[in-house]
Ligand binder design. Sequence first.
Ligand code: ZN
Length: 215
Amino acid sequence: MKFTGTHRVKAIESLLPLAQKLRVWASKDEGTSAWEVVLSSGSFLLVLSPEVHRGFSGEGQLLEELARAPEESVIAQIRAQLAWGAHISTDDVSKKLGMETRVVEDVIAVLSTRGLAGYDAISENYFHRELPFDLSKVEAMQPRLKGARRLVDEKGVQINGGGVFLVRGTGTIHQVKLDDDGKGQCTCPWYSKHQGNRGPCKHILAAQITQETDA
Ligand SMILES: [Zn+2]
């Protein structure tokens, strides 16, 4: 495993005398590691990205959920269902509100970027908590999403039929193909380089937003 910025592990140092166990997970390909300090009353999990200046591989995938996010009234309805639950079941929420599970999942992703839902990697569940600062602007600060919304606003996306979209790039036109699940591929150099490993490029996001508003 490639692992840089080892000084970051020091964050768990003061917990170690209290620990019953230390468990370490690592992703061979991505270089992401997770350090779980098991205490008598619970666990503390430190997850480290591959390099100090980088986020987590795949966290860009969250941009797709943000791009598809429904209107605020729907978000508010789902937020009201969280009720400080230690385990949020997307199935239960979707049944209760009569909404598609996918919509509920997208909204919980939005709520997590707003600091209103945490993800417990050990039990693989979302839970309700509220971080003590205003994160409602996080979405607006995502540069890729911002770029995608601008492309849509400036009519830089043309629907070509068959899931193909022509999206304006710098001095060229990129071709985006969305499959039936809404996942995309793009002809731009950034996408060719990362092949979706860092989430969608802004052209794919722009095509997804266009498809969503056109539907
Ligand atoms: Zn692209």
